[in-house]
Write a protein that binds this ligand. Sequence first.
Ligand code: ZN
Length: 288
Amino acid sequence: MERDGNGWVECALGHRHWGLHGAAGLLLHTVDADGSLRVLLQHRAEWCHHGGTWGLPGGARDSQETVQEAALREAVEETALDAEQVRLRHTCVDDHGGWSYTTVYADSFARLATVPNEESAALEWVDADRVSSLPLHPGFGHTWPSVQLVPLTLVIDAANVVGATPDGWWKDRAGATERLATEVASTVARPLDDAAVRGVVTSVRVVVEGAAREANLPPAVTAVRAPGSGDDAVVATVADLQGRPGELVVVTSDRELRDRVAAASTNHAKIRGARWLLDILDAPERQA
Ligand SMILES: [Zn+2]
């Protein structure tokens, strides 16, 4: 049955909502070349319910589709974006009882081209920092504080992470570092759904030392080529990044270095071990 989700429903909290089987919205974002985090928002046409406000593309879920399918289908209808360019990620459910709204995280390599349909006055890739200053659709305004995207800067102790996988790295440290950096580059724009680290990777610093210092790193990451001790370069990088918007995540399993990072970080950088990063790199690209 096609489009059997259209209709109004009253939730257990006494609100009136659109979507007999709940509704879903696509929280599609990307990271610009300058590191700024952009979210695709729809400025709703005046004739719509809550016209003139800003919200996520999305709408009612049909009974036979997943929330991810619903969010993507509705977003394609409203924006004409190329679904092939969208990487679907995890979800966040706001359950009212009898009706729920699911935010579907998704990212793309770049700002995708869009064409507004009749429900949209405009579609815009808005700087994530600016979202809360806009007149938001009440539903989106309610969920944004809990789903909002925090920019994450990763600082990676490459020698330590490379050394955590026994794949023959000791025969070719520069090559192993290049492979790691290439995989890490793929995390840019990825939303992380970790109990302790929530946000979107917007910037990556890869600290390389010794035989790996001349490694050829992809342009999506920033190489920090340690003139001497890699540990000193990690600590100096953390000190440099203090006061930047968003959160800093330092990846090393080196206990002594972790203590030095904690001491150098006035913004309370989060410190994660090599395994944390390797698990992220192993995670499936598309979750549905
Ligand atoms: Zn409700």
